[in-house]
Design a protein around this ligand. Sequence first.
Ligand code: OSB
Ligand code: MG
Length: 371
Amino acid sequence: MVELRIERAEALRLALPMITPFRTSFGLVATKQTVVVRLYAAGLVGYGEAPCFHLPIYNAESIDTCLHILRDAILPSIVGRTHSGPESFVAQYASLIGQNMAKFAVEAAFWHLQSLAQNVPLKKLVGGVKDRIEVGHSVGIKGSIEETLEEIEGSLSRGYKRIKIKIKPGWDLEVLSAIRCAWPHITLTADANSAYRLKDHLFTLLELDKFNLSMIEQPLSHDDLVDHSTLQRLLRTSLCLDESIASREDTRRAAALDACRIVNLKPPRVGGVLESLKIHDMAQRLGLKLWCGGLLETGIGRAFNIALASKSHFSLPNDMSRYDEFYEEDLVEDSFTINADGTVDVPNLPGIGFTVNEDALRRFTIDAIHT
Ligand code: OSB
Ligand code: MG
């Protein structure tokens, strides 16, 4: 790592209209807001993204809390200081409780600066080893089963290797039966975003075993490892935790309780690149399978997910839909494409491997903070 003095910083609030609104059990996103952080050092610009939601519906953060914490705590703690590497950088704001997406965005921008200053690809810097990663597409809750089958047919034809559908009580067994009827053999998963309770929905949850799903993602509450552990004992299908895993400690606890067999690692949810690297190594040590999830990031956030997903222990297809499944336009000029074999190439260029489209960034920005 090289010493870098952060001269100034910016946090931009963006509003990205979605081509079709994305519905999960926790609500509807029609315009995705996101935060892009820019850090300036040594004549270079580093970018990071905090893919928060407009309200605390996925985790406890929102766009407003993220901007508040960046403006009033994180950015002042790092600007005007010289940092010898990511460890001492994150130590500046480590006393803050939570605020993981805000923390991730600034740390990501610092890793971007490091990769530019050292003239190496981000993939190298984080210990990535793969040239290509497998990718899947996440299908929101639709108005009808027909619409769901149509979207799946489209994304399979565009090369995605695995389909994940969003489920909730009342939108589960019937839609899954219809999908399995149409495609008995595709790699299929279901994500409930915490919509079920063991005491209310045990029968339905056990029925999910019929569909040969490669996992069931976050069926129960984010703070309920105990009930996840009970459910995992009753199911043949592997459980995967998303919202429940906000740190390496959560990963250790989930493994100790056998609350899941698989972890969906989202770098913004766990608050950093360093924390992601720790969870990667811990999952490997504890025998948990790993893949990289998404939060409807633009090409900026996806670049970090791709670099991390190129590490050795990521073994299942990652949520890495191309921007045009969700948005008219990306924030990078050279968005990744999906190869015919359902993979995405991991860039080998110095930096994040993609060129930020400053014009698009300006057009979608609705507010900005300067430190
Ligand atoms: O739970 O994985 C999730 C999108 C928004 C919030 C939560 C989730 C998702 C997705 C989309 O499933 C994944 C993607 O970014 O492609
Ligand atoms: Mg999920």
